[in-house]
Design a protein around this ligand. Structure first.
Ligand SMILES: [Zn+2]
Length: 320
C-alpha cells in the first residue's frame, strides 16, 4: 500500500459525530448469523502464525502459489466454496503468475459483500521476511471470520466472498503494471460480469494486528462504509481506536472504488516501536511476536458488526 497525505480535509465532521453517537452504535437486525463476541482473537492469531510460518510469499514464486493452496484448503475445511483464480499479468518481473483465493458463502439474494486482504509479502525486505502484520494479520482475521460465520449458520441476505489477493505489494513502484494485481483482477471481473452493482460493500483489512491498534480509515473510502465501521467500533466500545485519516491510502480497496463499488480499508499505519511510529512496517521487525490477539479480535469484531449492518441494509446503489 501507499499513503498520500492530503492537506485539505474533507467535510467529515458529520461522519465523525455520527460515529460517536449512541444511536448509530446499535447494529440493525440481520439475517447473517454472525455473533461478534464469537470472534476469537487467539484463534485469529493462531491462523496468522501458521500462515506466517509458511515463509515468504513473493508473488509469482512457487512458495506464494503454495500459500494460495493452503488458504484454499483452510477455507474449504471451514465449509466455504473455495477456489483459486489463477491468472498471468505483466509486472516489472515480466509475465507473472498470480493467484487470488476466493471463499464463497452463498446468501439469500443477488447481492454480495466482499471481505478482502492480501496474502503476498513484500520482496527484498530481509532474508526470510514473511510479513506478520503485512500480510498475516489480514489472513488470520478473515479465516476466523469465516469460521464464526460458518459455525453460526452461514450467510444471510448477501453472499459473502472472502477474497485473498495476490500481488498487492509492488515490485518497484505502484503503477498500472505493478502492485494490486489481485484486487484489480477481481474488481474487473465483477464489472465485466455485470455484478458490480450487486456489491453492497468491500471491506479490506491490512495491518490490523499491532498491539497498540490504531485504525485510521483513509479518505479514499466509501462514506457509508466508513460510518458503518465507526459505528461498529462504537458499539464494541473501542471507538477511540478508530479514526478518519487525513490522507489517501492506495490499497486493495481502491480497485473496487475505481470500478464504482463501495469500499473501505481498515489499516493501522502506526506499526512500530513507539506510539505513532511505523518503523516495523516493511522491515525485518514485522514478525509474529509483534501481533496481538486482542487487536486481531478488535478488528475482527468490528468487521463482523459492519458486515451484519451491510447485510441488513437492503440493496444499495441499484435503488439510489
Ligand atoms: Zn506491504
Amino acid at each position: 500500500m501507499r499513503s498520500i497525505f492530503c492537506a485539505a480535509l474533507m467535510p467529515l465532521c458529520g461522519l465523525l459525530a455520527a460515529g460517536c453517537s449512541a444511536e448509530t452504535g446499535s447494529t440493525p437486525a440481520s439475517a447473517l448469523h454472525a455473533d461478534p463476541s464469537a470472534f476469537d482473537g487467539e484463534r485469529a492469531l493462531s491462523e496468522a502464525r501458521a500462515f506466517v510460518e509458511l515463509g515468504p510469499k513473493v508473488a509469482g514464486t512457487p512458495a506464494c502459489m503454495a500459500a494460495a493452496e493452503y488458504i484454499r484448503d483452510r477455507l474449504a475445511g471451514l465449509g466455504l466454496d473455495a477456489a483459486i483464480d489463477d491468472f498471468e499479468e505483466e509486472s516489472p518481473a515480466g509475465a507473472t503468475r498470480f493467484r487470488n483465493v476466493e471463499g464463497v458463502l452463498r446468501g439469500g439474494g443477488r447481492d454480495w459483500i466482499i471481505l478482502g486482504c492480501h496474502y503476498d509479502t513484500k520482496e527484498g525486505i530481509a532474508p526470510g521476511f514473511a510479513g506478520a502484520n503485512d500480510s498475516g494479520s489480514g489472513v488470520g482475521v478473515l479465516l476466523e471470520l469465516a469460521r464464526i460465520i460458518c459455525a453460526g449458520g452461514g450467510a444471510g441476505n448477501c453472499s459473502l466472498l472472502f477474497a485473498f489477493f495476490d500481488g498487492e505489494e509492488c515490485k518497484l513502484d505502484y503503477g498500472p503494471q505493478d502492485g494490486f494485481h489481485g484486487s484489480r483482477r477481481m474488481a474487473r471481473r465483477f464489472s465485466q460480469e455485470g455484478r458490480a452493482g450487486n456489491v453492497r460493500g468491500v471491506i479490506v483489512a491490512d495491518m490490523v494486528g499491532d498491539e497498540d491498534l490504531r485504525v485510521a480509515l483513509p479518505r479514499n473510502g466509501d462514506r457509508a462504509l466508513m460510518l458503518a465501521v465507526l459505528s461498529a467500533a462504537a458499539a464494541e466500545g473501542i471507538r477511540d481506536r478508530f479514526s478518519l485519516a487525513r490522507w489517501n491510502t492506495l490499497d486493495d480497496h481502491q480497485a473496487f472504488l475505481d470500478a464504482g463499488m463501495p469500499a473501505v480499508v481498515l489499516i493501522d499505519f502506526t506499526y512500530g516501536s513507539a506510539p505513532g511510529l511505523n518503523d516495523y512496517w516493511h522491515t525485518g521487525a514485522d514478525t509474529i511476536d509483534k501481533l496481538s490477539a486482542q487487536s486481531l479480535g478488535m478488528a475482527g469484531r468490528v468487521i463482523c458488526r459492519a458486515l451484519a449492518h451491510l447485510d441488513a441494509a437492503g440493496p444499495g446503489r441499484r435503488q439510489e
